[in-house]
Design a protein around this ligand. Structure first.
Ligand SMILES: C[S@@+](CC[C@H](N)C(=O)[O-])C[C@H]1O[C@@H](n2cnc3c(N)ncnc32)[C@H](O)[C@@H]1O
Length: 407
């Protein structure tokens, strides 16, 4: 998976490999200190539980707090059946002031346990997200994006008195304006979106069908979020092995997706029934994506492979003729890795590509093609990928191999 860990001034590349070997941040809690809390759904009030966690110890927070919906009357469908909305005690607050105080308490507690290169997501609806956003900014968090979850199958506005409310908003924030590093898997998001930059509007259906947890035929949790949402959140802003904190676990969606994606989690939930629900859900996740498939290869972050390496590795031979994709230009590969053009020009794959086109610049890896035994012309980029695989092959295992390596 590709990681672009952005710096506020100049974006820089990172990769899971680098993330794993990255030295702990100054002031970050040692890994052992977190061990008792990891991969568990901790029962209790999140502010109290978070007070017991080490400072600067989690990599990512995803929070789906009470929305303070303030539903006053029953909502009925046109056929008079009752809409199964959120009217639980956990969503009731005396006043906006009480809700703001609660928001400040949990957001501060999360900020204390978040590592200095971590980020926080909080999801909400128009009922609460503006209040949450204000508190978040007042506490020093710095908003990176507001992401709009566009529900492809929203609940209709039964009374016909307003527009159908088809969105929820997720604020994605870093700890402070000055925070230089954070994880953002730009290439992974682009790959998930058929090679188009991922926008901040995510069209995802409500959680339904087999994914919706039920108890005795009824929804087990009123606000169970779709796993697809968490899939995107975790894939975009955490690395395999990272610790993801969810202070309002509910049915355990974050924990379940974290496990599927090879992340660790700390979940907190106040209602014992939901703790049990989440534990059962996580226990049922027996398979996670193999580590090798969690990574999006990226030219930006991968090992640099000079063109000459293809010759050294025997993936290409001196004397081979490369062509432009449409066959309009040709050049011969020399033993030193330069290309010889028909008019005598000698240069790198990039300079030769630019020269034959009369262009200012050229990406030779994409421009030049080699014709395979099957007669198909493929960009030499495919050879670079093959070279990368050779370079990234695991260390030798047998004694014979080891002596090769030593020699
Ligand atoms: C909006 S729901 C989260 C739903 C969850 N994202 C899911 O997909 O199932 C909020 C949850 O937070 C819990 N909760 C409310 N206040 C809490 C608190 N102070 N500490 C811990 N949990 C709390 C509620 O019991 C509820 O299950």
């Amino acid at each position: 998976m590709t990681t672009r860990t952005r710096r506020t001034s100049a974006p820089a590349a990172d990769s899971p490999a680098r993330a794993r070997t990255r030295a702990p941040l100054r002031g970050a809690a040692p890994v052992e200190a977190l061990a008792p809390f990891v991969d568990r759904i901790l029962p209790g009030d999140c502010v109290e539980v978070l007070a017991g966690l080490p400072e600067r110890s989690v990599d990512l927070v995803f929070a789906d707090p009470p929305y303070n919906l303030q539903l006053e009357s029953e909502l009925l469908r046109p056929n008079q059946s009752r809409v199964d909305g959120v009217d639980a005690d956990w969503d009731r607050f005396e006043s906006f002031a009480a809700y703001d105080a609660f928001t400040e308490a949990w957001l501060s507690a999360c900020r204390r346990v978040l590592k200095d290169d971590g980020t926080l997501w909080v999801i909400g609806s128009y009922h609460n997200i503006y209040r949450v956003g204000r508190v978040l900014m007042d506490l020093g968090y710095w908003i990176l994006n507001d992401v709009h979850w566009v529900k492809s199958n929203p609940m209709p506005n039964f009374r016909g008195t307003r527009f159908t409310n088809a969105t929820e908003t997720m604020l994605w924030a870093k700890k402070s304006r000055d925070q230089a590093r954070y994880t953002f898997h730009y290439h992974t998001m682009k790959a998930l979106n058929d090679d188009l930059q991922m926008r901040n509007t995510w069209e995802i259906p409500l959680c339904m069908g087999a994914e919706r947890l039920k108890v005795e035929g009824k929804k087990a949790h009123a606000t169970q979020k779709p796993e697809a949402l968490l899939y995107r959140v975790l894939s975009s802003s955490s690395n395999p092995g990272d610790v993801v904190l969810d202070p309002f676990s509910g049915s355990g969606t974050t924990a379940a997706v974290a496990r599927k994606l090879g992340r660790r989690f700390i979940a907190i939930e106040r209602e014992p029934a939901y703790v049990a629900l989440g534990e059962a859900r996580v226990a049922a996740v027996t398979e996670s994506v193999p580590p090798a498939l969690l990574r999006t290869p990226s030219r930006r972050t991968d090992v640099r492979i000079p063109f000459g390496t293809l010759l050294e590795l025997g993936l290409l031979r001196a004397g081979a003729v490369l062509h432009a994709r449409d066959g309009a230009h040709a050049a011969t590969v020399a033993a030193d890795g330069t290309l010889r053009c028909a008019d005598g020009f000698v240069g790198s794959i990039h300079r030769a590509g630019a020269h034959v086109q009369g262009a200012a610049g050229c990406n030779g890896w994409e421009f030049w093609h080699l014709t395979g035994d099957d007669g198909v012309r493929r960009p030499i980029e495919t050879l670079r990928e093959a070279a990368r695989k050779v370079r990234e092959a695991p260390a030798p295992a047998s004694d014979d191999d080891a002596s090769d390596a030593a020699g």
